[in-house]
Design a protein around this ligand. Structure first.
Ligand SMILES: C[S@@+](CC[C@H](N)C(=O)[O-])C[C@H]1O[C@@H](n2cnc3c(N)ncnc32)[C@H](O)[C@@H]1O
Length: 286
């Protein structure tokens, strides 16, 4: 394996650029690493001491990668250059092992802000799938929050647990409950709820019981019919300030004089429905 500090055709950095590599930038045993080739294709691999990592036909001994800084450029036995980084959330999610569809990072980003998911929040997530949204919620609530995720299928919960352990790390502030969310939740006084399953309107009466006054409900639905039924149910229940939106994200191609939007984009993923839980009655005087 050859190790390069830059891809040969890229210009040299300024001579006065001095690099300090903090220990946090060094790759460690057990890290998940993204290899990026010259066509920007991504390959997610895990570094395990004593093992080899194979990418596009080139094998790299993990022990030679452990200790390198993120951002190193490698040249494998096939002559191809590959950049290596720990993945960001947006790079990780599309590469996550999965059995069910996940919410794209563009929508997860909106869910976190419009859903006002903050450090210390008590959150219920409905429909865990591969755990992509769980990872984002755990990062946002931090160690002082609590996330309870309801999932009906045992095997999906198992995969989500594996993904969270591997790509997020220990999560003592996370509880997965195997059960049918249409039958209700055990929790009350919840701050925020994120719902991603096929009949979200059936969760609304239970959300009204679980959320505290002022709590935020966020639903994600791929189709207009689901969206309409969910919005009608929210407006019929103790919810207000309903907002319905979708998030469109278009990548751009920038090379030489060709500066334009990419020809292809994810034109549709789903709609986001955000609502606030109303207070039902004034507080009882002490
Ligand atoms: C689209 S996936 C969720 C993906 C997840 N939001 C993510 O980004 O990784 C929907 C999940 O809801 C689960 N589900 C479906 N009906 C359910 C129910 N009644 N109660 C609990 N979970 C349910 C499915 O098994 C599936 O795992």
């Amino acid at each position: 394996m050859l190790r390069w500090w830059r891809i040969p055709e890229s210009p040299a950095p300024p001579e006065d650029l001095v690099e300090h590599v903090p220990s946090g930038a060094l790759l460690r045993d057990g890290d998940s690493i993204l290899f990026i080739d010259r066509k920007s294709r991504q390959y997610l691999r895990t570094l395990r001491s004593g093992k080899r990592v194979t990418v596009r036909g080139a094998a790299f001994p993990a022990d030679e990668l452990i200790g390198l800084p993120e951002g190193t450029v490698l040249r494998g036995s096939t002559g191809e250059y590959l950049q290596i980084f720990r993945p960001t959330y947006a790079q990780l999610a599309p590469n996550l092992p999965r059995q069910a569809q996940l919410i794209y990072p563009k929508d997860v980003g909106t869910i976190l802000l419009w859903g006002d998911i903050h450090p210390g929040a008590r959150v219920i997530e409905v429909g865990v799938g591969p755990g992509a949204t769980s990872i984002a919620l755990l990062r946002a609530i931090g160690p002082t929050g609590h996330l309870t995720s309801y999932e009906i299928r045992d095997e999906f919960a198992t995969m989500a647990r594996e993904n969270v352990a591997r790509f997020h790390g220990p999560a003592p502030q996370w509880t997965i409950k195997i059960g049918d969310a249409y039958e209700g939740f055990d929790e009350t006084d919840v701050d925020r709820m994120v719902v991603d399953l096929s009949e979200p309107w059936r969760v609304v009466p239970h959300a009204a019981r679980a959320l505290r006054p002022g709590g935020v409900f966020v639903g994600f639905t791929p189709t207009v019919l689901q969206l309409k039924q969910l919005v009608d149910e929210l407006r019929a229940g103790p919810f207000a300030a309903v907002e319905i939106l979708e998030s469109l994200q278009r990548y751009w191609h920038v090379k030489d004089r060709s500066v334009r939007p990419e020809h292809r984009m994810v034109a549709h993923s789903g709609f986001l429905i955000i609502a606030r839980r109303l207070a039902l009655s004034p507080p009882t005087p002490e």
